[in-house]
Design a protein around this ligand. Sequence first.
Ligand code: ZN
Length: 174
Amino acid sequence: MERKTRGSVINGYLDYIKKRWGAEGLKQCISEVGFEGMHFKDGHYYQDEMVGNVLRWISRTKGKDAVKDSGKFIMHNLGILSWLVRFTTVKTLAEKFPVNYSEVYAFGSCKVDTSDPKNLKLILRDVGYYEEACLVWEGICEEALAMTKTKGSVTHTKCQNRGDSECVFIVRID
Ligand SMILES: [Zn+2]
């Protein structure tokens, strides 16, 4: 299956790298993942493998927590919903995830089950096909809590990387 992702996502991760580790860090990443001379247009779609290479670079050189933080950064800075976040709840925000998802990722599927308001469920199919992708989603969910000033926690209860049929994240609201 061909997986494509919007350039805005790649640019978001590159911005994150630059913000955390400066121009030198960004240069190192670009050189090591083979992005020299490349420019990603926000509205164009690129092979998701390129996103994977950037996330694996972060994981390899900066650690897994830094990968999760990159998800928080993306959620905070790239979310087209960020302007209304202050006025909304984590549940409303979660309900917008699938539309948001399909606007930037041209593969896999994203569903949300908010029938239990204390345990919001995010279900991703064929999205978490490598570990770092799941770490990013954990960060995205945690940031959704933080941005809406909601106390709670996130657990990744099922994972395709561990042989489950889908990835499930539970956002528990205290
Ligand atoms: Zn997973």
